[in-house]
Design a protein around this ligand. Structure first.
Ligand SMILES: Cc1cc2nc3c(=O)[nH]c(=O)nc-3n(C[C@H](O)[C@H](O)[C@H](O)COP(=O)(O)OP(=O)(O)OC[C@H]3O[C@@H](n4cnc5c(N)ncnc54)[C@H](O)[C@@H]3O)c2cc1C
Length: 452
């Protein structure tokens, strides 16, 4: 069916970036969301298999961003908020196939993760910190402050866990703006200690929804349609034109006319839409690379473990990343309601920019890598899964490589010159769900103030 629709605001892309923007804007504007897939949510998907609920990408978001709670309240879905069980949710590091709990106490004890000399070198940052210049890589920035000792066992696992990338590639200014901000006042250690002492500061808590992370998107979609806004799924935006103070969005299903336009697709479709009228920003976005990731979700009988995994999960030190496994999340400890009580559920994250070629292998091969790691790390040589569910994301995580901060500046300037167009999505100003929502709200406020 070829249809035509006129609205205040058209949002292209129904991932969390687009849906949150649409939801906030819908309080005062008429909104139409266009999504090329037959379902909303983008990367945020949850699959129910038997008695298990598998989050196929994100397994939650930190509640440190007030706009997330605001969004959920707007949906009337606050009773569905499910905080993760963080009791005893220690984070572990796997080094030489052994689990090492991570805690500040490591600084006081002897540990194979950091020698005494490396600790002294790292703590020197309290008294001495180099000047901030340009756009360094995360590795360069941290090495100059804390010494090289922290790179392989702390920084590389952290960058793999958040960005599925290496500290040598990542731009600290673009990917960890809070860290850069802290470094502005001198010592990062001093800033962290001050935060710990500040009793008014809430510790961020991992949170999800009763029916998994995808519920956030399905609740927003329902809220929008219940309030008379439209969501066109199985509809691809193909061309945009701005004439006489109005956007015309040509889609695979017809035409939409709107006073404001938000594009929230991944970088390449966004670049394609912009290339006709805005070739400079289009070219810059076209260059954004993505890290591919496979998520292998497995359940096991609890009695198969001598000590069942308890904690948040484990990241792998650089030397242990050789198999292409980057981390294992202990999902059934974090969200006990996601599977029966006598079952252990884990999520293994594989590939990334660290081992992209791993994704050329079959699902069975990826599952073998994950299973072997479980057998080695938990010392259960006969472990075998009850259920396995594997998902591949070819364009999982946008790479915030050195140079991305410059692109972010270019994007800010672009927004200033095109007030009726906003660009959003996890490839621009933060990959975390909470960042996508924060930016969504900022853009919605902009549209409400300029269009209504
Ligand atoms: C394995 C994995 C684990 C993660 N874990 C976490 C976590 O624990 N916590 C956390 O905070 N974040 C996590 N993330 C990141 C987070 O899930 C994503 O960054 C976020 O969901 C991206 O949302 P988005 O809306 O920006 O993009 P997307 O979800 O990619 O949405 C973009 C949408 O645009 C649509 N689209 C594309 N082209 C067109 C077109 N031409 N016309 C119409 N529609 C179009 C797409 O179909 C898609 O639905 C994880 C990501 C992955 C891959």
């Amino acid at each position: 069916m070829n249809r035509s629709e006129t609205v205040d605001l058209c949002v292209i892309g129904a991932g969390i970036s687009g849906l949150s923007l649409a939801a906030f804007a819908s309080q005062q504007l008429s909104v139409c969301v266009v999504e090329q897939k037959d379902r909303v949510g983008g990367i945020l998907q949850t699959k129910e298999l038997g008695e298990a609920l598998f989050d196929e990408a994100a397994n939650g978001w930190l509640d440190s961003e007030p706009s997330v709670e605001e969004l959920i309240n707007l949906m009337g879905a606050s009773s569905s908020i499910t905080p993760a069980n963080t009791e005893g949710a220690t984070r572990f590091l796997v080094k030489d196939q052994q689990l090492h709990p991570l805690s500040p106490k490591l600084l006081l004890r002897s540990t194979p993760l950091l020698s005494w000399w490396q600790k002294i070198r790292a703590l020197r940052e309290y008294f001495w910190s180099p000047a901030l210049k340009g756009e360094p890589s995360m590795a360069h920035f941290m090495r100059s402050r804390f010494g090289a000792g922290i790179i392989d066992n702390f920084l590389a696992p952290m960058c793999a866990g958040i960005y599925a990338d290496t500290p040598e590639s990542i731009s600290v200014r673009a990917a960890f703006p809070n860290l850069w901000e802290m470094a502005h006042s001198g010592s990062i250690i001093r800033q962290l200690l001050a935060r710990l002492k500040d009793k008014t500061r809430k510790t961020p808590h991992l949170t999800s929804m009763k029916h998994g992370t995808s519920q956030l998107c399905s609740d927003i979609a329902k809220h929008l349609t219940d309030h008379g806004h439209s969501i066109q799924t199985s509809t691809s935006a193909e061309r945009i034109v701005y004439e006489q103070d109005k956007w015309t969005i040509y889609t695979s299903n017809g035409v939409i006319k709107a006073k404001g336009l938000a594009i929230t697709t991944p970088a390449q479709p966004m670049a394609n839409l912009l290339s006709e009228h805005f070739p400079t920003i289009g070219k810059s976005l076209q260059e954004i690379e993505y890290a591919p990731v496979a998520v292998v979700m497995q359940t096991f009988p609890i009695e198969a473990f001598s000590t069942p995994p308890r904690g948040f999960g484990a990241l792998l030190s650089r030397s242990d990343q050789a198999s292409g496994l980057l981390g294992i999340l202990f999902s059934s400890h974090l969200y006990p309601n996601r599977c029966p009580q006598n079952v252990v559920m884990t999520r293994s994250i594989l590939g990334g920019a660290i081992a992209p070629s791993l994704l050329e292998q079959s699902d069975a091969d990826l599952e073998k890598v994950a299973l072997q790691a479980h057998r080695d790390i938990f010392q259960c040589p006969n472990l075998s899964p009850l259920q396995v569910h594997t998902v591949r994301w070819d364009k999982a995580i946008p790479r915030y490589q050195v140079g991305h901060w410059q692109r972010q500046q270019q994007c800010h300037q672009f927004h200033q010159s095109t007030p009726h167009l906003r660009l959003s999505g996890n490839h621009l100003f933060g990959v975390a769900v909470k960042d996508c929502i924060r930016i969504g709200k900022e853009h919605a406020i902009h549209f409400i103030s300029t269009l209504s």
